[in-house]
Design a protein around this ligand. Structure first.
Ligand code: ZN
Length: 169
């Protein structure tokens, strides 16, 4: 297993011993400590306007830089995932949203190790305030109809968009 599979950790954080990375979790060859890696949790929102168009942002950072995705970001340690989704939406789009139920949970889609999330939670959300203006990690933001979608960044974006198209979201 190469170093990218362990997030680049080759030494024990407890005793600086060498890690054995051949198994599911790296194990210290000196003290035996098992190094569990915390997942990076991504959250995002499915927001529709009155015309049933989907809110998307053009990503200013990788993975998927330059492509379009749901407003999304990482959950901070100890942060409520719904509040994280609302915070990221406000940061990226200027819109204040009320976050509702889970649309779906998506696996990494090959972005792990490239700065992406370990898994991604998409929530339904409703705009309750603010004004649409891209900011922070987003280069642009807007609402798109099902037949008018830009190039999408992730399988989860495509899946959420197709849910909207089929009227499930
Ligand atoms: Zn150790």
């Amino acid at each position: 297993m190469n170093s990218s599979a362990t997030g680049g950790d080759t030494y024990c954080t407890a005793c600086a011993g060498v890690l054995d990375t051949s198994g599911r979790h790296p194990v210290c060859t000196a003290c035996g400590r098992v190094h569990h890696r915390d997942p990076k949790v991504g959250v995002g929102v499915v927001v529709l306007d009155e015309q049933h168009r989907l809110l998307l942002v053009r990503r200013g950072v990788g993975p998927g830089k330059g492509l379009w995705a749901l407003p999304a970001g990482f959950v901070d340690a100890g942060e409520d995932p719904r509040l994280a989704a609302a915070r990221e939406t406000l940061e990226e789009t200027g819109l204040v949203v009320e976050v509702g139920r889970v649309v779906d949970v998506y696996p990494a889609g090959g972005t792990t190790g490239r700065g992406g999330a370990s898994f991604f939670l998409a929530f339904e959300a409703t705009v309750v305030g603010g004004a649409l203006a891209a900011a922070d990690d987003a280069l642009d933001a807007g609402f798109f109809g099902a037949d008018d979608l830009p190039e999408l960044a992730f399988p989860s974006t495509t899946a959420a968009a197709s849910r909207v198209r089929s009227g499930l979201a």
